[in-house]
Ligand binder design. Structure first.
Ligand SMILES: Cc1ncc(COP(=O)(O)O)c(C=O)c1O
Length: 309
């Protein structure tokens, strides 16, 4: 569904609430030419206690941290961005939504050194359902290992969510779709499993859970952190600094993606090899169920993770 079909009308931009169609930038914006922006993807859920943003503090921290390698100094305090986001959701009367904060070098000059450019900041929010489809959450997705490698953290910081490098994810995603798959898995420069284009990856083998370590050129996903904590609290052993080879994907008992957009999505095949029984496996099912109970606000022990609207 396109933005025009959605019931949204306001964007927060550089300290002001503006009409959706007025949230514009100049065509010579630095970030448009060189991808010098950092962003977040966050979800607000309609919990049993009303709309609440999930792990907002962690997302906000990652936004400020993402800017550090690029000297992007966000000219607003975290509390200002929190207040703006809560107000944005209230004004549009959204019960559940996806939230996209972005900070980028703006319009001043176009040398590669952005020091003279202002840092612009915007926050948008809109309704967004299951990223890979409702059916995917139940049945699992068919994925393919991409011919594009994930860029190395020695080339571009992979723990930062920077706009420009997402062309790597776009390439992998386009390739997967044009070959008939729902999503891709990217290997890193060494050939180890890194992650999906917009998801972290978990592998289940003999009842234990593995996910690639943060030195494998993947994002320190906040859903990844959530899944690790939930799984440990459920009694699972989780290896969160694993090195996973391509071959281990094919012989896994279960595989699943985690991400703000994809939530917890089972993977039913990789490169046409069926994973486990070719559908959502029991460990994935238990973790996914726990995750859904969590985001519906049913698990009181994790209440600190919610910012209520
Ligand atoms: C490349 C990449 N990996 C992993 C993730 C999952 O991270 P999170 O759970 O914080 O959304 C995302 C989504 O932001 C991503 O873009």
């Amino acid at each position: 569904m396109g933005f025009d079909e959605m019931d949204v009308d306001t964007i927060w931009m550089d300290g002001e609430f503006v009409d959706w169609e007025d949230a514009q930038v100049h065509v010579l914006t630095h970030g448009l030419h060189y991808g010098t922006g950092v962003f977040e993807g966050v979800r607000c859920y309609d919990t049993v206690d009303g709309p609440a943003i999930f792990r907002w503090e962690e997302h906000l921290q990652r936004l400020y941290d993402s800017g550090k390698p690029y000297d992007i100094e966000i000219p607003f305090e975290p509390e200002e961005l929190t207040d703006a986001t809560v107000e944005l959701i209230r004004r549009q009367d959204l019960q559940s939504c996806y939230i996209r904060p972005i900070a980028f070098y703006g319009y001043e000059e176009l040398g590669l050194n952005p020091s003279n450019c202002p840092v612009n900041v915007a926050i948008a929010a809109w309704p967004w359902g299951a990223y890979l489809g409702e059916e995917a959450l139940e049945e699992g997705v068919d994925v393919a290992v991409s011919s594009w490698r994930k860029y190395a953290s020695s080339q571009i910081p992979t723990n930062a969510k920077t706009t420009g490098p997402y062309v790597n994810s776009v390439l992998a995603s386009l390739e997967a779709k044009s070959n008939g798959y729902v999503e891709a898995i990217l290997l890193n420069k060494e050939g180890h499993v890194a992650e999906g284009p917009g998801e972290n990856l978990f592998l289940v083998r003999d009842g234990e859970i593995f996910t690639s370590g943060l030195a494998e050129s993947n994002l320190d996903g906040i859903t990844r952190r959530t899944v690790i904590e939930l799984a440990r609290d459920l009694g699972y052993t989780v290896y969160d600094q694993a090195t996973i080879s391509r071959g281990e994907l094919y012989t896994a008992d279960e595989l699943f993606f985690s991400g703000t957009a994809a939530e917890v999505t089972p993977i039913r095949s990789v490169d046409d090899n069926e994973i486990g029984e070719g559908t959502k496996g029991p460990v994935t099912d238990e973790i996914q169920q726990e995750f859904f109970d969590l985001i519906e606000g049913k698990l009181d022990e994790y209440d600190d993770w919610f910012t209520y609207i």
